[in-house]
Structure formats: structure tokens, C-alpha cells
Design a protein around this ligand. Structure first.
Ligand SMILES: NC(=O)c1ccc[n+]([C@@H]2O[C@H](COP(=O)([O-])OP(=O)(O)OC[C@H]3O[C@@H](n4cnc5c(N)ncnc54)[C@H](O)[C@@H]3O)[C@@H](O)[C@H]2O)c1
Ligand SMILES: O=C(O)C[C@H](O)C(=O)O
Length: 329
């Protein structure tokens, strides 16, 4: 095992996602069985007692890869020297709420956290925002961390990506491992666009394999895009274990890279690719190599896809304008 632990910060560590995420990270699911991990857990003061209980449980697992756990309510202390920051802590959506309702409540969390990361994180810091509205929270954190390269900020659309793979696999009766090149474009919200025109099933174009535009437009897309709401409706609480799992998938791909001939979905700062306004945090198909992501270039976007991407990006721009109005960026 390598001697120096990798420092992984998790915010909202006493929450629902945290309760699944921490045990996965500690057991090596993020960085593998040979890399010790030091967990740095940030919570608000009233949640620290509950977090102490979670730490007792982490201790009781005796994970060989867990080198140390530190907890606290001071972002500058918790983020000191961290290599990965998984920003989960935010107020989740309740029944009937849209993600936009969360902008103000959660925006105030991500500006100070961006500032703290800017001040004390390690030089190789990589930041993944899971807390909603994830794209805009990532923009807020990024805008408040001028010394951290913008490509180190990302927001989670891997859960949507995984949901899209799962729905497609079920429709075609194939294993999820047959599906490659899935893309989620745009916002982690109901406007997101899960794209089957570039996905492949066993090497064959997915939209052609489905051969049913009606299903694609009126079942597949809304099922994936509204899955978060369906889970809230069914569970009375937002997705947690699947969100934690996707957060691990996202951060692990960032470390390990994408498989040859495949890509993943990540919400990252747009460089203007595919007509997405530069500077917005939007989901794209990306490949990852040596710890750096690149937006997949050269995909043909037809009129149907263009309309869907534009609608979701327009929503991200509206959120950007709203947080600008609130002085958060
Ligand atoms: N991007 C995605 O795919 C995805 C999926 C599921 C959930 N989410 C979002 O993740 C977030 C967390 O969900 P959850 O179910 O774990 O919620 P939760 O309410 O169970 O936990 C959130 C935790 O964050 C903590 N917190 C609040 N403000 C904080 C701050 N300033 N610093 C540190 N911690 C803080 C709270 O005390 C709480 O323990 C929500 O915003 C939810 O909507 C995103
Ligand atoms: O939809 C939500 O508010 C929760 C989460 O973002 C999800 O997609 O499950």
C-alpha cells in the first residue's frame, strides 16, 4: 500500500448520501485497495454529533484502506491539503419542489466553500459537486476559487448517465455492460437531455437498435430526466445510495480515465463546444486521460438533439443569471 494517504473531503457527511458514500470511499471503492484514504468530513455544527456516530461506525468497519478521519464545521480546516472534494452537503429537494427553488438556499453554501478550497486545498485538487442544483453550485464554487484551474471543477450527471444506461439496457434486454457512449447533455434537472443518437449497444447505434422514436422521445427521455422526482415520490426522500454510487463512479473515472472506445457524462465548464455558452457548467460527453477530461468533439447534432440541448443550456444560463443577481458569482 502506498504510504501517503489521499485526502478526500466530503461535505454534508452526516446526510443520507454521506451515509452510503463514506463507507464506499473508506473501503477502497474510489481509489482502489492499495491507496490509503484520509477522510475529511464537513458538516454544520448541529450535525456534528450525528457525524461522530457515523465515524464510530467507520471505525467499527476496520477498513484496511482507511488511514484517518477528521471531522469539523470549519471549511478551511477540513479542506486543508485535500486532493478530492466531494461537495454533497446542500438542502435536498422535497416533494413538489423544483431544483431552482434551492438556488438561494444552497448558493450561500458553495461561495464560502469555493473560497476555502481556493485558500487551502492541495495543488492537485479535483472538485465534484453533487449537492443540487449541482451545475450552478459548481459554477458558484468555481467563481469563488480564482486560483484553482477551472477544469478542476465538475458537477455530477453520472447518476443520470447510469439511469439512462439502465433504462436502455432494460428496454433492449441486454446487460448494462453492452452499452457505451451514453451522453447526458445540459443540466442535472428535468431539462437534461439523455442522448441515444450517439450511444451504442454492442457497437450498434442505440437509437437504431431501439427503432422507436416515440419511446425514445416520450418514455426514455422523461423517465431518465424525471427519475429523481419519481424516487422522491416513492421514497419520500431523494436518491441517496445511487447518488453516492454515481459520485464514486464520477470521481474514480476522473482518477482512472475512461475505457478505450467509451466516454462518460460530466458537467464541466463549457469552452463553447456544441454551441454551449462558454463558462457555463454543462454536461457533455467526456473522455478522461491522465487525470484530465476532454469534451468529445465532432459529434453530429441533429435538429431534435439541438432543441433539447439548447433548452437545457438555457435553463443553466437562467440559473447563472439568478445567482449573479444574488451576488454569489
Ligand atoms: N447530482 C445528483 O445526481 C444528486 C442526486 C441525489 C441528491 N443530490 C443532492 O445532494 C444533496 C445532498 O442530499 P442528501 O440526501 O444527502 O441530503 P441530506 O439532507 O440527507 O444531507 C445533507 C447534509 O448536508 C449538510 N449541510 C448543510 N449545509 C452544509 C454546509 N454548509 N456544509 C456542510 N454540510 C452541510 C446537512 O447538515 C445534511 O447533513 C442534495 O442537494 C440533493 O438534492 C444530487
Ligand atoms: O432530483 C432530485 O432532486 C435528487 C437528485 O438530484 C436526483 O436526481 O435523484
Amino acid at each position: 500500500m502506498s504510504p501517503t494517504p489521499v485526502k478526500v473531503a466530503v461535505t454534508g457527511a452526516a446526510g443520507q448520501i454521506g451515509y452510503s458514500l463514506l463507507f464506499r470511499i473508506a473501503s477502497g471503492a474510489l481509489l482502489g485497495p492499495d491507496t490509503p484514504v484520509e477522510l475529511r468530513l464537513l458538516e454544520i455544527t448541529p450535525a456534528l454529533k450525528s457525524l461522530e456516530g457515523v465515524v464510530m461506525e467507520l471505525d467499527d468497519c476496520a477498513f484496511p484502506t482507511l488511514a484517518k478521519v477528521e471531522i469539523g464545521d470549519d471549511a478551511e480546516k477540513v479542506f486543508d491539503g485535500v486532493n478530492h472534494a466531494l461537495l454533497v452537503g446542500a438542502r435536498p429537494r422535497g416533494p413538489g419542489m423544483e431544483r431552482g427553488d434551492l438556488l438561494e438556499a444552497n448558493g450561500g453554501i458553495f461561495a464560502p466553500q469555493g473560497k476555502a478550497l481556493n485558500k487551502v486545498a492541495a495543488d492537485d485538487i479535483r472538485i465534484t459537486v453533487t449537492g443540487n442544483p449541482a451545475n450552478t453550485n459548481a459554477l458558484i464554487a468555481m467563481s469563488n476559487a480564482p486560483d484553482i484551474p477551472t477544469e478542476r471543477f465538475s458537477a455530477l450527471t453520472r447518476l443520470d448517465h447510469n439511469r439512462a444506461i439502465s433504462q436502455l439496457a432494460a428496454k433492449l434486454g441486454v446487460p448494462v455492460t453492452d452499452i457505451t457512449k451514453m451522453t447526458i447533455w445540459g443540466n442535472h434537472s428535468a431539462t437534461q437531455y439523455p442522448d441515444l443518437f450517439h450511444a451504442e449497444v454492442g457497437g450498434r447505434n442505440a437509437a437504431e437498435a431501439v427503432g422507436d422514436q416515440e419511446w425514445l422521445a416520450n418514455t426514455f427521455i422523461p423517465t431518465v430526466a424525471k427519475r429523481g422526482a419519481a424516487i422522491i415520490e416513492a421514497r419520500g426522500a431523494s436518491s441517496a445510495a445511487s447518488a453516492a454510487s454515481a459520485t464514486i463512479d464520477h470521481a474514480r473515472t476522473w482518477v482512472e480515465g475512461t475505457a478505450e472506445g467509451d466516454w462518460v457524462s460530466m458537467a464541466v465548464r463549457s469552452d463553447g463546444s456544441y454551441g454551449v455558452e462558454e463558462g457555463l457548467i454543462s454536461s457533455f460527453p467526456v473522455t478522461v486521460k491522465d487525470g484530465a477530461w476532454s469534451i468529445v468533439q465532432g459529434l453530429d447534432i441533429d435538429e431534435f438533439s439541438r432543441g433539447k440541448i439548447d433548452a437545457s443550456v438555457a435553463e443553466i444560463a437562467e440559473e447563472r443569471d439568478a445567482v449573479k443577481g444574488l451576488g454569489l458569482i
